[in-house]
Design a protein around this ligand. Structure first.
Ligand code: NFE
Length: 476
């Protein structure tokens, strides 16, 4: 028996540690995923004006801020009993679509691809593992060239989103009530030009590269399979055929089913919290307790009907029927490509419906009064999967706020009844060929595109992790 600890795992957002136990044949028999980050946004938001949460919660992360702004806006709108105009929803979908493209292209080229391609022996491609590279020199050079080209595509996706979002990564225009941008004909033309360039990259370069990867590493269709349970809250409101472009739903034992948010409960038996376990986020609280016996992470364990579910592109495309080949490392990459292509194609349809110069009830943003009391839930999807904000308002201020990010679903720890999280489950059973270079583990973790960059890494100034960290109230 031996152990491997990967800490920190690079090429993801935030700091994630993974520890695995191997048997005598180098098969993973147990895995622990640890989020070394504490996110206190839930408590920080209490007492603030509900509308501010759309701006503040975006700061949880620079990679998925648009989805946080939308989830928060939806929660506030639900408390106020308000629905944005079609033009507001179109702009939200266009900004969120731009963010999805940016994130998915970043993931494939900058975060995942270098697990399979040996880069030039210079920084930033060194140091790195040298195990199991299968592409010849010509293909490797093509992929490296496309890695560089993808940096420009990602920048252009950001610039495209900023046309209506105001700026990126953290947008200024997505608010409860809609989107405050007033589109001009020039905005629409500029957006279309970006979209054409980006769509062409997706349909040619990204399509060819992801298929090249799948052909060279087709054994990865059977690696990192995990539970096979998938969950999505649904996203993109302005699908012209009605309903969401990616509908809400679940996949359990291969069967697509409905989704009901009251079936969600969060468990903290193995997380550094002392707040009650097994509570739906609408009434849950968050009390940190670093060092709690038996706990090993800052992530809670969200569960649906008591079971662990995987969130992300594969969940969305499976439920929508766009991709149902299987659940594995390679399926996650292909599903991510499939949805990127679908989003870009639909964005052109949405853009063609944007109207210049509307006022009154058709405006992109309609002012809503600050709600006095009530509760609301904002469910959407971030690039990495299901994202929910649960809000309670009392005396015109936030009295309770809970957030479950997609990486909380995927990188969650063991729950109170002993079910491990989806990434942990996907690691178990893996054969590590060379324990000095456990590239299989990296490929599995990266296929989920985890992001734990949502809070504060508790480090001493010397860079040593603090083991006796105590959360101090401001001013203490
Ligand atoms: Ni920090 Fe995010 C996405 C959200 S992470 S990138 O996508 O919410 O779980």
């Amino acid at each position: 028996m031996s152990t491997i600890v990967l800490d920190p795992i690079t090429r993801l957002e935030g700091h994630l540690k993974v520890s695995v136990t191997l048997d005598a044949n180098n098969i993973v028999t147990a895995a622990e995923s640890t989020g070394n980050l504490y996110r206190d946004f839930e408590n920080m938001l209490v007492g603030r004006v509900p509308k501010d949460a759309a701006f503040l919660t975006q700061r949880i992360c620079g990679v998925c801020p648009v989805s946080h702004a939308i989830a928060s806006s939806k929660a506030t709108e639900q408390v106020a009993g308000f629905k944005p105009s079609l033009q507001g929803l179109l702009l939200r979908d266009l900004i969120q679509g731009a963010n999805f493209i940016s994130s998915n292209v970043l993931h494939f080229y900058q975060l995942a691809l270098m697990d399979y391609v040996q880069g030039p022996q210079v920084h930033p491609w060194t140091p790195g593992y040298t195990q199991d590279f299968r592409f010849n020199a010509t293909d490797s050079q093509t992929l490296i060239n496309n890695y560089v080209a993808a940096l420009s595509i990602r920048r252009q996706a950001h610039e495209m989103g900023a046309i209506f979002g105001g700026k990126l990564p953290h947008v200024g225009n997505v608010v409860p009530g809609g989107v405050t941008a007033k589109p001009t004909a020039t905005d629409i033309t500029n957006f279309r030009n970006y979209l054409n360039t980006i769509t062409s990259f997706i349909k040619t370069t990204y399509a060819a590269d992801v298929n090249k990867l799948a052909a060279a590493y087709n054994d990865y269709y059977t690696v990192g399979t995990g539970y096979g349970n998938l969950l999505s809250y649904g996203v993109f409101d302005t699908n012209t055929s009605g309903g969401l472009l990616f509908p809400a739903g679940t996949v359990t034992n291969g069967t697509v089913g409905s989704f009901t948010q009251t079936n969600i409960k969060e468990y903290v038996g193995h997380s550094w919290y002392s707040s009650p376990s097994g509570i739906n986020p609408a009434s849950e609280t968050t009390t940190p307790n670093f060092g709690k016996a038996g706990a090993y992470t800052w992530l809670k364990a969200p569960r649906y009907n008591g079971a662990a579910y995987e969130a992300g592109s594969l969940a969305r495309t499976w439920i929508s029927g766009d991709y149902r080949r299987g659940v594995s490392v390679m399926d996650r990459h292909l599903a991510r490509y499939t949805e990127t292509n679908k989003i870009a194609t639909n964005m052109l349809t949405w853009l063609n419906q944007v109207v210049v110069g509307l006022s009154g009830a058709g405006s992109t943003s309609l002012g809503i009064a600050t709600p006095v009391s009530g509760s609301g839930i904002g469910l959407t999807e971030a690039p990495r999967g299901a994202l929910g904000h649960w809000l309670t308002v009392a005396n015109s201020a936030i009295s309770k706020y809970q957030i479950i990010t997609p990486t909380c679903w995927n990188a969650s720890p063991m729950d109170d009844t002993g079910n491990v999280g989806p990434i942990e489950k996907a690691l178990i059973g893996t054969h590590v060929v060379n324990t000095a270079q456990p590239v299989e583990l990296l490929r599995i973790v990266h296929s989920f595109d985890p992001c734990t960059g949502c809070s504060v890494h508790v480090m001493s100034p010397e860079g040593v992790e603090m083991s006796n960290f105590v959360v101090q109230p401001i001013g203490a």
